[in-house]
Design a binder for this molecule. Structure first.
Ligand code: RTP
Ligand code: MG
Length: 158
């Protein structure tokens, strides 16, 4: 940031099982690159119940939780780390609202409008905050430890 370049931000993007099995992966990656993101990391994972429940732990008390875990473990997902200026908000904007049926009406060019089905099967995930992004990136990519984005005490006291 002190060298005149634009401060970049990272976020976690995930193509859910319906997106992968529906062959939307290439089209979504094209949209990602055309929208100015770099794809820094990429891996295909088959989530088990424990891992899916941990990933969506914030929703564990919701009525849709067991259905969400069944959905997220129904096939492989493609996990990516995206980077660009304002990546977290811009990726959330690009995917559109949670309910893909609503997305088709209000955000017809969004990714969920293109490949999602309803309020559950919405084909993609995006981190909703800097804290979530850091947690989710280190969840899938162990080498992306939190000290990469959280300033150390020494840096803060300068
Ligand atoms: P995500 O975390 O996957 O990016 O989605 P989001 O922020 O737009 O929505 P969130 O409230 O975090 O919900 C997580 C995922 O749970 C499923 N869901 N099902 N049946 C339902 O009413 C319902 N509501 C949410 C969706 O797959 C949603 O993306
Ligand atoms: Mg969410």
């Amino acid at each position: 940031s002190s060298e005149g370049s634009v401060e970049k931000e990272k976020t976690l993007a995930l193509i859910k099982p319906d997106g992968v099995s529906g062959n939307y992966t290439d089209g979504i990656k094209r949209v990602i690159l055309e929208s100015g993101f770099s794809i820094l990391r990429e891996t295909i994972v088959q989530l088990d119940e424990d891992k899916a429940a941990n990933f969506y732990a914030e929703h564990s008390s919701r009525t849709f939780f067991s259905s969400l875990i069944k959905y997220m473990t129904s096939g492989p997902v493609l996990v990516m780390v995206l980077e660009k200026e304002n990546a977290i908000a811009d990726w959330r904007g690009l995917i559109g609202p949670t309910d893909a049926r609503k997305a088709k009406i209000t955000h017809p060019h969004s990714i969920r409008a293109m490949c999602g089905l309803d309020s559950e099967k919405n084909c993609v995930h995006g981190s909703d905050s800097a804290l979530s992004a850091q947690r989710e990136m280190s969840f899938f990519f162990k080498e992306m430890s939190s000290d990469e984005v959280v300033p150390t005490h020494d840096e803060l006291s300068d």
